[in-house]
Design a protein around this ligand. Structure first.
Ligand code: SF4
Length: 97
């Protein structure tokens, strides 16, 4: 099964982030309209596998041109902040159809 890699992630406060790299096995992105990272968590516990780079497991943003059947088909994605008022962590590769 194809899972796009997460090339970079700016969310260094996330438990899965080390060196601006995501180490979650597979993240979930979005609600039905907004491409935020659903896996972001700022906890005391470190998460993920340090030797692995995270992938996109599922994406609920059907309006993105990289999305097919609620799965991401991009070669890879970047994750970070878009200067949004609620300071959520978003998929920066999102591109509306
Ligand atoms: S590029 Fe599009 S389909 Fe892929 S994770 Fe980001 S918002 Fe979802």
């Amino acid at each position: 099964m194809y899972l796009p890699i997460i090339n970079t992630c700016e969310a260094e406060a996330c438990s899965y982030n080390s060196g601006r790299t995501c180490h979650a096995g597979a993240i979930t992105v979005g609600d039905t309209t907004h491409p935020h990272c659903d896996t972001f968590v700022a906890a005391d516990t470190r998460g993920g596998v340090a030797t692995e780079t995270g992938h996109v497991g599922a994406c609920k943003v059907a309006g993105c041109r990289h999305n097919r059947d609620l799965e991401c088909q991009a070669e890879g994605i970047n994750v970070g902040y878009v200067g949004n008022v609620d300071n959520t962590v978003d998929c920066l590769t999102y591109s509306p159809r």
